[in-house]
Design a protein around this ligand. Structure first.
Ligand code: HPA
Ligand code: ZN
Length: 331
């Protein structure tokens, strides 16, 4: 099974580039940028990873980003992720990034986007890993800040395929960003939003994503299973759900394997993703392997989940069909 997972060409639709910042790179960038870290070794960084819910994770995630300062830093971060992706036979990625987490520290939007884009171009040319970027807004910041960043992105519009919404979900509903997402849609961008597992008012948030924002995809969204109407609507629209099993285990002590199976049984297009792999210590293949080893997922189920990711991706139709045909040959 490990070999089968490795051999499958795969797509990843829910990975935060800042969440791929490995402890060794934190140290290398800190040294280059003259930053003193409160840790002696990369192992000490990992030892301090103490997440049990979204806020406790975000605190550590934002603190570590301080080492990302220059275009070269963003380039190295992104290229390191693509090297890992290539090694796991991940052939297509729609990575997230959080511009507000950098502009708020005095790093220019242009610095971030140039570094990421250079790594994307190199990964496509040299590693054969294609990608299209999703710009996320931080939902615990204001709608005005999100709108200002969308305006900042307009000269770079061809660098993005869509916009997303992440960070602390509590009391930050989709509706807060209705205007920003409507504007992004008018600019031709695809829309997705995090509906993190077991958040306050989560069913209302999922409903707003469907009825008010009219998203093209939902990130996480596992709680939709608690409401028949939501399940029906997600299935009817063919909306993808980017589920992150190992990430979920940190929050709900479960890979949510049963929930993933229920989604498939109800015709909901679940996909498997790594979320913040440097922090959760699991890239895409490790997430799939965990489902096999700990939740008994079969080859057929792994193939369906892999196929779903290409189906609900925002690839041009011809590229989508190319990969789906490759997968059909691996059944
Ligand atoms: N949820 C919300 N915000 C995030 C996440 C997540 O899974 N990862 C990075 N920022
Ligand atoms: Zn996420």
């Amino acid at each position: 099974m490990k070999n089968y997972i490795q051999t499958l060409p795969k797509a990843e639709l829910h990975v935060h580039l800042e969440g791929t910042l490995e402890p060794e790179l934190i140290f290398a960038l800190a040294q280059r940028n003259g930053i003193t870290l409160p840790y002696a070794t990369p192992a000490d960084v990992v030892a301090a990873y103490d997440f049990h819910d979204l806020p406790s994770f975000l605190k550590i995630y934002y603190a570590a980003m301080d080492v990302l300062r220059t275009e070269e830093d963003f380039y190295e971060l992104t290229l390191a992720y693509f090297n890992r992706a290539a090694a796991q036979n991940v052939v297509y990625v729609e990575p997230f990034f959080d511009p507000q987490a950098h502009t708020s520290r005095g790093v220019a939007f242009e610095t971030v986007i140039r570094g990421i884009r250079r790594a994307q171009d190199e990964a496509a040319a040299r590693l054969g890993v294609e990608s299209q970027l999703i710009m996320c807004f931080l939902r615990d910041l204001s709608a005005e800040s999100a709108m200002a960043h969308l305006q900042m992105a307009e000269p770079w519009l061809d660098h993005f395929v869509g916009v997303g919404l992440d960070s602390d979900e509590k009391d930050n509903p989709p509706a807060k960003f209705a205007e920003v997402f409507a504007r992004a849609r008018a600019l031709g961008l695809k829309l997705t939003m995090h509906c993190d597992v077991n958040q306050k008012d989560i069913l209302d948030h999922i409903r707003e994503c469907l009825d008010l924002i009219e998203v093209d995809r939902i990130d996480h969204g596992v709680n939709a299973l608690e409401d028949e109407g939501l399940c029906d609507e997600i299935a009817r629209r063919g909306l993808g759900l980017t589920v992150c099993p190992v990430s979920n285990r940190f929050v709900v002590q479960s890979l949510t394997g049963d929930e993933i199976r229920h989604m498939l049984a109800r015709g909901m297009k679940a996909t498997i993703n790594s979320d913040d792999p440097a922090y959760f210590r699991a890239y895409l293949n490790e997430n799939l392997e965990a489902l096999v080893e700990e939740a008994g997922f079969t080859k057929a189920e792994i193939l369906i989940l892999t196929r779903n990711a290409f189906e609900v991706s925002w690839l041009p139709e011809a590229r989508k069909q190319h990969w789906l045909e490759r997968l059909a040959a691996m059944a």
